[in-house]
Design a protein around this ligand. Structure first.
Ligand code: NAD
Length: 499
């Protein structure tokens, strides 16, 4: 009998009002039922928001350094439970243990960064234009934040949203992806153990169109932070626009690795293998396009295919496995549809089928796949596939590669392999992405730097680093006039001036 999990509302683990549950299964071993998770409703969201709203006055007045101290304890507890939670994450998400340990470490880094930020949360003090008057800003918390997260970084992405929201003095209601609810349940357990006060963090499991939509539409939630597909983000943005909500969107990508002829090719091959096939291509920053300069194209493709054929597929908890399964059947089918599209547009150089064989038949495994002769502008070259499918495009000059990189609707990350300093700075300047790497793959965010994309990848906000603290706080401007008389800005100080 599989375990039944609960929601966490107002400091207690509670059953959903619906009495309904959905199954969470291991994508590498479909017969392995991890547990039944609440299929909650609007009523559960209402209770969670009421709890978060009631907890807000006290939490928002708790000194930020004290809020940060709790986050530091969260970092310590996550460190102590790193292996256990990473194993649970691999079991429900499918990526290898090495990768889920990285996911956990990103959460730990985010916790310690948030802990320290509780002692900063800088405002600014600037001179007033009038005598005997003081002018400064400080950051105020906003209220209840609704957080909606995807499956692919089941621990790191929830922490990217939750920790800065909490340190800024907000309370939260989080709905994790229905494919990876267990990892977030474990994270909330850690927050509880670290002493987060009742009602400050609330977890409501459920489906996107039900619980996710109820969070987005809730009138007592002024802030929504969403990471997921561009399609879902667009639906959420419409509601938030209508309701005047503050909204952060982190969405899809179609990221390119560009390799110039002067590059260290071994390094570039290591980079693209990790970028394209790590996490089975299910990263927002996955390398899904490889742009190769003419002179090295054929040699590079041959060497890359040899290495890609050697990748070991399997259950991520097993030794030496390098590539796990896709997340579910619908994802496999989407990849298969793109294989058919690709066959009509380009050359299928390797892979292209479900992976079968020992240890693979009970999971959603797909062969690492490479298409060559991919035309810029084609569907393979422009649409997010979110699977282990790499599209190789040939180019002659750097200008052409930059143009190809930029002619997609997404703008998350890009990478350039070269030994040429001038080309590197051209890349920083001209590639239309939120993140550009030189001599490193398209993935590899660090917790203390801002993360996010341009164009239809995002809506101008960033997660991570210092910028996200601006998203979760409101700037208040404070003037104190101690002149003892009425001083009129823009009038009294200029009346005597000839200018
Ligand atoms: P998804 O959009 O299907 O789901 C994301 C979350 O939204 C889930 O919790 C889901 O339940 C919820 N949701 C679905 N419909 C909803 C609705 N109508 N209202 C409210 N919530 C709803 O995405 P996914 O398949 O879980 O994740 C993959 C996508 O996420 C890819 O496009 C990937 O590029 C993107 N992603 C982006 C980033 C980034 O930082 N830019 C990071 C990771 C993933």
């Amino acid at each position: 009998m599989a375990d039944s999990f609960k929601n966490f509302i107002d400091g207690a683990w509670v059953e959903p009002s619906t009495g309904q549950y959905f199954e969470n299964r291991n994508p590498a071993r479909r017969s392995d039922l991890i547990g039944n998770f609440p299929r909650s409703s609007r009523e559960d969201v209402d209770r969670a928001v009421a709890a978060a709203k009631a907890a807000f006055p006290d939490w928002s007045r708790t000194p930020a350094p004290a809020r940060g101290d709790i986050l530091r304890r969260v970092g310590d507890l996550l460190t102590a439970r790193k292996d256990e939670i990473a194993r649970a994450a691999t079991r429900e998400m499918g990526k290898t243990l090495q990768e889920t340990r990285g996911d956990l470490q990103e959460g730990i880094d985010t916790a310690y960064y948030a802990g320290v930020e509780g002692r900063r949360l800088f405002g600014q003090t600037v001179p007033s234009e009038l005598r005997n008057k003081w002018a400064m800003t400080y950051r105020r918390p906003i209220g209840v934040c609704g957080l909606i997260t995807p499956f692919n970084f089941p621990l790191a992405i929830p922490t990217w949203k939750m920790f800065p929201a909490l340190v800024c003095g907000n309370t939260v209601v989080i709905k994790p992806a229905e494919d990876t609810p267990h990892t977030v349940a474990l994270l909330v357990e850690v927050l509880e153990e670290a002493g987060i006060p009742r009602g400050v963090v609330n977890l409501v499991h459920g489906l996107g169109e039900e619980v996710g939509a109820a969070i987005v539409e809730h009138p007592d939630i002024p802030v929504i932070s969403f990471t997921g597909s561009t399609e879902t983000g667009s639906i959420i943005a419409q509601t938030c626009g209508r309701m005047h909500k503050r909204l952060s969107l982190e969405m899809g990508g179609k990221n390119a690795q560009i390799v110039l002829a002067d590059a260290d090719l071994d390094l570039a091959i290591d980079g693209v293998l990790w970028g394209a096939f790590g996490t089975t291509g299910q990263r927002c920053t996955a390398t899904s396009r490889l742009l190769l300069q003419d002179e090295i194209h054929d040699e590079f493709v041959a060497r890359l295919m040899e290495r890609a054929r050697g990748l070991k597929l399997g259950y991520g908890l097993e030794k030496d496995v390098e590539v796990g399964p896709l997340i579910h059947e619908a994802s496999l089918q989407k990849v298969e549809e793109y294989i058919e599209i690709g066959k009509g547009e380009a050359t299928l150089a390797m892979g292209g089928e479900r992976a079968t064989g020992e240890g693979l038949d009970d999971g959603y495994f797909f062969q690492p796949t490479i298409f060559t002769d991919v035309k810029p502008g084609s569907r393979l070259a422009t649409e997010e596939i979110f699977g282990p499918v790499l599209s190789v495009i040939r180019f002659k000059e750097l200008d052409e590669a930059i143009r190809i990189n930029n002619e997609v609707k997404y703008g998350l990350s890009s990478s350039l392999y070269t030994r040429d300093a001038v080309a590197s700075f051209r890349a920083f300047q001209d590639l239309d992405n939120g993140i550009t790497y030189v001599n490193a793959p398209t993935i590899g965010a660090e917790a203390h730097l801002p993360f996010g994309g341009v164009k239809q990848t995002g809506n101008g906000h960033r997660e991570g680093g210092w910028e996200v603290y601006e998203f979760y706080s409101e700037t208040k401007v404070c003037y104190l006039d101690y002149s003892g008389k009425l001083q009129r800005a823009q009038i009294d100080n200029y009346e005597a001036s000839p200018y």
